[in-house]
Design a protein. Structure first.
Length: 397
């Protein structure tokens, strides 16, 4: 295996694979000159996990062997990054290998911090404590919802960036819909404890989702941050972020979105900003200090939602700008902050939120996307996975 490449990509997730595929499609000069560094055996299409937790999809359909998604012409180095040495255009892996590059792409994803909420890690997957953010435990979400007989169903959103910011509420809407279908809704109290100040950041979709909350009679409590789970007592402990008061909410089931942060090898590195994310220009995605380094995806400090849809727009920018630098040309690629969140509001219902850095709608459909539609639910469930595996990861969309 070579140790020197024209491009080294850190991360074999959506962002890393998409950039590699695009680079290889756009120039023959990079054939066998790209290395993708990632220790994982599997690659996951994580947006499907919402539907798995709601009993509408099979989690095995979200998983493929990593080897099958590495583009032809790229080398997969199954190792983790230990440290970056940008002054020497090098990095060190955990296994002690030194890799050098002409260009570096950092797409290391996001790290789930289960320990940040006291009692969560020990309770997860038992006693009515579930989370769609774990492939291992996502089936337990559906088991919990399917067997729920009434009481308080509690759903949470943490005081941290999260991948797919709408996911914590999507599963709540599916659960509420199932409770209605199974005849237990009239003896169920659905509560949403969210650290955010509102149900959504973009006004157009916020107004629509507030109507969904009202229609479904969901008790939404904002600026509430989950800090502890007392699983034996079935009590969730929240901090009121406005008053700092501690509030306890008894529950019969709880779905938790854990705290998330940049991976340690990034947040403790010279490439990170003060909050631990890869410090890049928000339009060119070029590092603010090291001009041959780019960052995208969940590990970048871009001021937009961390979604696969955002990556789909970021990957072409990174590929175009790297190729331009290779050819000593001005960088043409510019990212406008586009992100998208297909918000499932029930079985066969979905609001397709699309927006940019200015939190203005950036809709792609010829109709009002703040309206719940069955067609958009079908798109998420049946079409987007195909687009992901056969389009995005192959650098064609």
């Amino acid at each position: 295996m070579k140790t020197s490449y024209k491009v080294v990509i850190v991360g074999g997730g959506s962002a890393g694979i998409s950039v590699a595929a695009r680079l290889l499609k756009q120039t023959n000069a990079l054939m066998d000159e790209i290395a993708i560094v990632d220790p994982a055996d599997k690659h996951y299409y994580q947006p499907l996990w919402t539907l798995v937790g709601g009993g509408a999809a099979n989690k095995e359909h979200s998983e493929r062997d990593m080897a099958t998604v590495i583009p032809a012409g790229a080398f997969w180095i199954q190792d983790a990054v230990d440290s970056f040495i940008p002054e020497e255009n090098a990095l060190m892996t955990v296994n002690g290998q030194r890799l050098t590059y002409d260009y570096l792409v950092v797409a290391g994803g996001i790290e789930l911090n289960w320990k940040a909420i006291k009692g969560l890690e020990e309770a997860l997957g038992t006693k009515g404590v579930c989370s769609n953010y774990s492939f291992k435990h996502v089936d337990y979400t559906w088991e919990t919802i399917r067997t729920f007989t009434g009481g308080t169903a509690l759903f949470t959103h943490p005081a941290s960036p999260v991948k797919c910011g709408g996911a914590p509420q999507k599963i709540m809407y599916l659960a509420e819909d199932h409770f209605a279908k199974s005849g237990v809704r009239n003896k169920t109290n659905v509560i949403f404890g969210s650290a955010n100040p509102a149900i959504f950041d973009v006004e157009k979709y916020r107004l629509a989702l507030e109507k969904v909350l009202e229609r479904k009679e969901i008790d939404a409590r904002f600026r509430r941050n989950l800090i502890e789970i007392k699983a034996d007592e079935k009590v969730a402990v929240f901090e009121n972020l406005d008053t700092q008061a501690i509030e306890e909410i008894p529950y019969d089931m709880i779905h938790v979105a854990p705290y998330m942060q940049a991976p340690a090898f990034i947040r403790n590195s010279i490439l990170a900003d003060a909050n631990g994310w890869v410090d890049v220009h928000k339009h060119t995605l070029q590092h603010t200090h090291y001009k041959n380094i780019f960052g995208l995806g969940d590990s970048a400090n871009l001021p937009t939602s961390k979604t696969g849809a955002a990556i789909r727009k970021q990957a072409p920018v990174v590929a175009e700008n790297i190729i331009a630098l290779m050819r000593q040309q001005p960088m043409p690629g510019s990212y406008d902050g586009y992100s998208s969140c297909p918000i499932v509001t029930g079985y066969n219902k979905l609001i397709l939120a699309e927006f940019d850095y200015n939190k203005e709608p950036a809709e792609s459909m010829p109709f009002n996307q703040a309206v719940e539609r069955t067609s958009m639910y079908i798109m998420k469930k049946d079409l987007l996975p195909i687009m992901y595996w056969d389009g995005m990861l192959k650098g064609t969309m």
